[in-house]
Design a protein around this ligand. Structure first.
Ligand code: 13P
Ligand code: SF4
Length: 337
């Protein structure tokens, strides 16, 4: 029997708590209940690769940031339930404003997005008046509204190449992705000093020791990692890029320098290969993103049942933020992404 709850009280707690704190009957078959609610409400569950395995199993679509934005734009569902972090749900709302966008926990943020407050970024931008601003999708709607182009890790190179050689570029908020692009494309860029708390924590020393123990293992890394880690990587790519590489490459062992959620998909896709999470520079499980991992199956269930928390957005802000995202989607379509 499900607990009798005072839903009004729980809704009143939402702004502080970030999610509907309603306990779920442990005897409930939560997987089939989520499936039932999705059908009943015509809802689509989009999940990022960094979500826990149970959430990936119940999702309608799993993808990287670009693929999830594309899915959010094209869906005919009435409700988009976004199992990811806040900026991803915001992007879905920007692209598909007539849909109800709900997310399991409003407090699922992102250290990269948090590292770039709009007022400070405006002042930074004012110092380079003729520069074009490319912002990584891991930023707030306010930062998107201050940008000329949005990019993700899978299309960033193509977006940079769109800017004429004689035009300066501000890249925000991820200094690691910016530095990687700058080096790879030979393009000077002014970098905002932000970073991802998960990707900055990998220990080069421990990765090198692991490589000694597993001489045939390939190191694969997300471009949010620091330069020192990227320099020893055999392959660098977005979450989808990394997943595809492990499927097509002959190596049987991979040291994976990104959030651990992606290992579930890698193991499913290549059950006979070995995947070793790159170790962090301390003893905690820091390569789990604390924001992504705020989402749970129970929160997904209550979110879908009560259609809360819902993400809403000021229309003027939405329209401004949509311009650079549309540019990104156009360029991505042009290059077949
Ligand atoms: P991608 O899925 O685009 O590779 O991004 C990873 C990430 O950090 C999402 O927060
Ligand atoms: Fe943000 Fe890093 Fe978590 Fe991705 S892994 S959501 S970039 S903090």
């Amino acid at each position: 029997m499900e607990e009798i709850i005072d839903i009004k009280e729980k809704i009143a707690e939402l702004p502080n708590r970030g999610f509907l704190d309603i306990s779920v009957d442990p005897t409930l078959d939560i997987f089939s209940e989520i499936e039932r609610l999705k059908k009943e409400k015509n809802a689509v569950l989009l999940a990022h690769y960094y979500q826990e395995a149970d959430i990936q199993d119940v999702a309608d679509y799993i993808g990287d940031s670009l693929q999830l934005a594309q899915k959010a734009k094209e869906t005919n569902a009435d409700i988009i339930l976004f199992a990811g972090v806040h900026f991803m749900a915001e992007t879905a709302k920007i692209l598909n404003p007539t849909k109800k966008v709900i997310l399991p926990d409003f407090k699922a943020g992102c250290s990269l997005a948090d590292s770039c407050p709009p007022e400070e970024f405006q002042k930074f931008k004012d110092k380079y008046p003729d520069y074009k601003v490319i912002s990584y999708i891991n930023c707030s709607a306010e930062i998107k509204a201050l940008s000329d182009y949005i990019c993700t890790s899978s299309n960033a190179e193509y977006i940079v190449k769109e800017i004429p050689e004689d035009t300066g570029i501000i890249f925000a908020p991820d200094r690691n992705l910016g530095a990687y692009l700058s080096k790879k494309l030979g393009r000077e860029m002014v970098l905002w000093n932000g970073s991802c708390m998960v990707h900055e924590i990998f220990s080069l020393e421990k990765i090198m020791k692991l490589k000694e123990k597993h001489p045939n293992a390939k190191v694969i890394a997300h471009p949010e990692c620091e330069t020192a880690v990227l320099d020893v990587a055999d392959f660098i790519g977005s979450t989808t890029g990394l997943l595809k590489f492990t499927q097509k490459d002959d190596a049987q062992e991979f040291i994976v320098a990104t959030e651990t959620g992606i290992l579930y998909k890698m193991m499913q896709a290549s059950p006979n290969k070995t995947f070793i999470p790159a170790p962090p520079n301390n003893s905690c499980a820091c390569n789990d993103c604390p924001h992504m991992k705020l989402n749970t199956l129970e929160k997904i269930y209550t979110c879908l049942k009560y259609e809360l928390p819902e993400l809403t957005m000021d229309e003027e802000l939405r329209l401004k933020a949509k311009i650079p995202i549309d540019r990104m989607l156009e360029i991505s379509a042009k290059v077949g992404l």
